[in-house]
Design a protein around this ligand. Structure first.
Ligand SMILES: [Zn+2]
Ligand SMILES: [Zn+2]
Length: 320
């Protein structure tokens, strides 16, 4: 994938999605198929709440008061806790309706993950996910069809859930799309960290592409956008994660409790899960401005956190 096309993709996808939505809405009205539960009250959203395990203990960030990342995108320089982006978002891009978001505390600039709805599981079945990692003498190639290998995906399209679609009008339907990233096998830290394009930043071993922390508007995507209970959502047909679903962090921890490998970032460095050495959940304060650190036996690597920017803040190496 050519990097100069990356920022355009989600914006174009959402525009196409909006057109789809307009026709779908018109269809519903003409056939009387507007769901009878479209008058659901906001309290009904509680059926869509989830409580991740990482939110059940006192370690790490407080999931009820996560710092909203909307003002944490910078195009100036790397800075801890921020996303050093190559460009800002488009404030006019479609996205969730801020007036209907109940889980963000706009005054204090925080959001409550435990009071946010997630698209539930259901009958949606887009097919089997694929993932492969191959290595040559100098490169590592990670490929997949962008559907989760573990088969865990929500009940898309969200338009079947009127109370959710009233908040986030994303009519996308995930389908198999092949992605492949050829990376340096043995990456090195660059003299200067570099900025991140909006959109894909790497790929998980679960076969799903990873996007950075922001939506097409440049807002905190994890706070604003409705994803499924397995952590992903589609941009048109491209399913993706903006943060690391915690089940991917429960597969293969290292011997000292340090999280296992989640996937690879475009500069070739690995992304690991939520826990550092000793199994302690990490916060931004434990990491550098690119959201990584270096220690034996891994060397430099990134970590997931449940606070913005969730995955990486900049590229410590040289992205391909
Ligand atoms: Zn997204
Ligand atoms: Zn580490």
């Amino acid at each position: 994938m050519k990097s100069n096309k990356v920022p355009i993709r989600p914006i174009r996808s959402y525009l196409a999605s909006l057109l789809l939505l307009i026709s779908a809405t018109a269809c519903d009205e003409s056939t009387g198929l507007v769901a009878s539960n479209s008058t659901q009250t906001w309290e009904d959203l509680s059926q869509y709440f989830i409580t991740p395990n990482i939110c059940k203990d006192a370690e790490g960030p407080d999931c009820t008061k996560l710092r909203l990342g909307d003002s944490e995108l910078t195009t100036l320089a790397p800075e801890r806790g921020k996303l050093f982006a190559c460009s800002g978002g488009n404030p006019n891009a479609p996205g969730s309706d801020q007036n209907k978001i109940t889980w963000i505390d706009w005054t204090n600039g925080t959001w409550n993950l435990l009071a946010k709805p997630f698209l539930p599981a259901g009958s949606f079945s887009p097919g089997n996910g694929t993932s492969s990692v191959t290595e040559s003498s100098s490169n590592r190639t990670i490929s997949g069809n962008n559907l989760p290998v573990d088969g865990k995906i929500g009940d898309w399209p969200m338009t079947d859930y009127p109370s959710l679609t009233a908040i986030d009008r994303n009519p996308g339907i995930p389908t198999a799309n092949n992605f492949s990233f050829t990376l340096q096998l043995d990456p090195s830290e660059a003299a200067n960290a570099s900025c991140v394009n909006l959109g894909p930043i790497g790929m998980t071993l679960n076969g799903v592409v990873l996007y950075d922390a922001v939506d097409a508007r440049g807002n905190d995507a994890v706070a604003h956008e409705i994803v499924d209970l397995y952590g992903g959502h589609p941009a048109q047909s491209d399913y993706h994660y903006h943060f690391v679903p915690e089940r991917l962090d429960e597969i293969a921890p290292l011997v000292d409790g340090h999280s296992g490998l989640i996937g690879y970032i475009r500069d070739g460095f690995g992304l690991y899960g939520y826990n550092g050495s000793g199994g302690q959940e990490l916060t931004n304060d434990d990491l550098d401005e690119c959201h990584g650190h270096s220690h034996d036996p891994i060397g430099y690597h990134y970590h997931a956190t449940i606070e913005y920017p969730y995955t990486i803040g900049c590229y410590r190496g040289t992205p391909i």
